[in-house]
Design a protein around this ligand. Structure first.
Ligand SMILES: Nc1ncnc2c1ncn2[C@@H]1O[C@H](COP(=O)(O)OP(=O)(O)OP(=O)(O)O)[C@@H](O)[C@H]1O
Length: 256
């Protein structure tokens, strides 16, 4: 069996934070089966911010779940850095998710009985690791939570709670952070702050972020947008602007 520390077979694999090759995901069987992803390929370069877009039901969440090792594809290859996820058993996959992947969800998903600081460092404690003081300080400053480390989530606004979730995602210095509609529950002004923070995590902290979003304004904060339709990647755009993204999205909705 391949060890997860083994060198990759294709030397190019190690250059990407995430690689999907021919990834297909089928839910169910027979006439009611749904092909949620249909031979999808994607290369996510380290230190980039990518938006995954597409109409409702186009496969965005399935893409994110397969790329993040939350779900296993029916066929195809998913690599996180040099690691082929299919080669990992459940225990190692869980460990890899905990230490090499950050998650930010629409619903924040903070633990209500833990303070801000305890929520941020939770992934490290689960992995039996200590916080690196410099990095912890760095991200706490970046997300602007230094004065609120002893608060509980219920004492914070939605935007502040999402800042905690972003700090928690970054605390392990993951290979990649996946954000699923991270601004979906926020008012437009707070949403802009949170998108600016994700942008800053990429530009200043050299992190890699992949964000599922419906919102062309959100995509405009990213370096690259990929568009899914019917489970396939049908388009891509560098340096996306909200207007160009909205045009592509309208076209995809009309065609759907
Ligand atoms: N667990 C599941 N069982 C059966 N079908 C599923 C399952 N998860 C997703 N699907 C189907 O797969 C397709 C893609 O779903 P997915 O949630 O990935 O789309 P999406 O683009 O994220 O949609 P939305 O924008 O509405 O969240 C849809 O047809 C959906 O109904």
């Amino acid at each position: 069996m391949r060890s997860w520390d083994q060198q990759p077979a294709d030397p190019a694999d190690g250059r990407y934070a995430v690689r999907l090759r021919d990834v297909t995901k089928r839910f169910g069987q027979g006439p009611t089966a749904v092909l949620a992803l249909d031979r999808v390929g994607a290369d996510i370069t380290p230190g980039t911010f990518t938006a995954v877009m597409g109409p409702s039901g186009s496969g965005k969440s399935t893409f994110l779940h397969c790329a993040a090792g939350l779900d296993r594809p029916t066929s195809g290859v998913v690599r996180l850095g040099p690691h082929d996820l299919a080669a990992l058993g459940e225990r190692r996959l869980t460990e890899l998710r905990r230490t090499r992947v950050g998650f930010v969800f629409q619903a924040f998903n903070l633990l209500p009985s833990l303070t801000v600081e305890q929520n941020i460092t939770l992934p490290l404690r689960l992995a039996g690791r200590q916080a690196q003081a410099d990095w912890f300080d760095h991200i706490v400053s970046a997300v602007g939570l230094r004065e609120r480390l002893t608060r509980l989530p219920a004492q914070l606004s939605g935007g502040q709670q999402q800042r905690v979730a972003i700090a928690r995602a970054l605390v392990t210095r993951p290979e990649v952070t996946f954000a699923d509609e991270p601004t979906g529950a926020l008012d437009p002004e707070t949403a802009r702050d949170i998108l600016g923070l994700l942008r800053q995590a990429v530009t200043d902290l050299h992190q890699t972020v992949v964000m599922v979003t419906h919102d062309p304004m959100a995509a405009a904060h990213t370096d690259h947008a990929v568009f899914l339709s019917g489970g396939r990647i049908v388009d891509g755009m560098d340096a996306p602007s909200a207007d160009r993204v909205a045009d592509v999205m309208s076209g995809l909705r009309r065609a759907a």
